[in-house]
Design a protein around this ligand. Sequence first.
Ligand code: 3NM
Ligand code: MG
Length: 523
Amino acid sequence: MGAIDYSIYLVTGRELLPPGKDYLQHLEESLQGGVTVVQIREKHAETAEFIRIAAKSKAICDKYNVPMLINDRVDVAVAVNAHGVHLGQDDMTVFQARSMLPRDAIIGVSCNNVDHVKRAIKDSADYVGIGAVWATQTKQLTNPVIGPRGVGAMLELLDGTTIKAVAIGGIKSSNLLRTLHGAVSPTNRALDGVAVVSEIAASPEPRQAAEKLSRLFKSFRIRHPPPIASPQGVPEEKYIVGQVAELMKVVREVNPLIHQITNTVVATQSANVTLALGGSPIMATEPREMEDLSRISNALLVNIGTMRADGKKSMSLAGCAANANRIPVVFDPVGVGATAFRKETVKDLLNMFQSSVIKGNAGELAALSDSQEVLARGVDSVGSGFKDPVGFVRALARKERCVVVLTGPVDYISDGVSVVALRNGHEILGKITGSGCVLGSSIATYCGAACAQSTKEDHGVLVHGDMFLGAIAAVLVVTIAAEIAAQRVDVRGPGSFLPAFIDELWTLEPSDVQSLARIELFP
Ligand code: 3NM
Ligand code: MG
């Protein structure tokens, strides 16, 4: 057998078989649907029964030329001439297993953390099973759930080795793209496959279940954001601003519906700003309506500003539904550094859903990324607060697999490849409440429009449309409208500024943005 295709890795679960289904028939249908590796997992069978089942399973796997591995039991693997074994952390070592198995046997190891992966590399395992990536009913977990973000750090260790990696735990067709999108290292190492039990084993239609996973897996591609490519002779900055001008028109044409879960201080203002830009706001927070709203919305904003513990449920339901429906999620971790509750909540939310854009000031993004460089309160004075804001946003965007917006006197935005610095704005924005929150709503509005108008031809991308451009557009529009409003003779202070600002958002012309934008690109 040549190189193994780990993409759709079935771990058997006889106890989950739907009533009336024969195990071997079910296995065969799974293989017909595109399962590429099978692991026989029997936690309760006596040795003789395990061998009997493994031998029968092997005959079927052989028919489809699919390798079959045995969970835990090297003796069973030897007895049925399996292709290899899968070992847990409490089973025998790779070295011990290797000494009892044929030379070309495949040996995989369950890994829950980076130390496990380091050990597996040292032991020359053939592949690692990283889990549990999501919560699961199928196995009593003894370790914390990792989440896709945690997988990336483990994959990074595998760079430069030939060791393959699959993720396991709660993987379904409904979260597969989000899982694959999130589980990529900053060096762009992605998963080689996904291991599932219940999605196939408990399905009355295993062939369709496997086909669906297989189709989604094959379609997935890591989206390498292309470097900004302006037409010959057009400076890149000018090109970007031209694209922004186009997107401003698109928002007014498509009138995107923007679902916003935001704080009670800024909700009215955020809704008004969304309307002024050409979008439609819906400010709903009840958990029971999150999934319905996700189906009709063009983007979701999650802002934790005044959240209480019960708000997390709505946010996670809405975020997961947005990922499943593949609409943009803009995440605003307001004041994340301020309290332990916020910090913990933000970590949890980042693990539950994949954001398309994360927006914050220096203190917030420092807290979110565990950087000690900027304290949560000391963000007003020098520059953006980071010594190297360009490098910081780029690295965070790579790590979080999304666009990052760092706000401050200069705003920095990165898609993980390019970075833009935007120097528009007015200090009076700091004298009204929620100017940052309003920016979050604006980003969601432009990203929603960018997604809605994209052709959606590529099925392997979590969210369509140019989120980088959406974020740039929102920052430019908000800061330029603020500049214009602040200079009006009828604006005497923050009180008269706010309605003037909303009016200027309403009347701002794409050509105003083109003439006033102060943008610098760091390719
Ligand atoms: N191992 P399902 S999680 C067998 O974390 C197994 O190592 C895990 O089942 C690990 O796809 C798991 O039904 C169960 O969630 C996966
Ligand atoms: Mg085990």
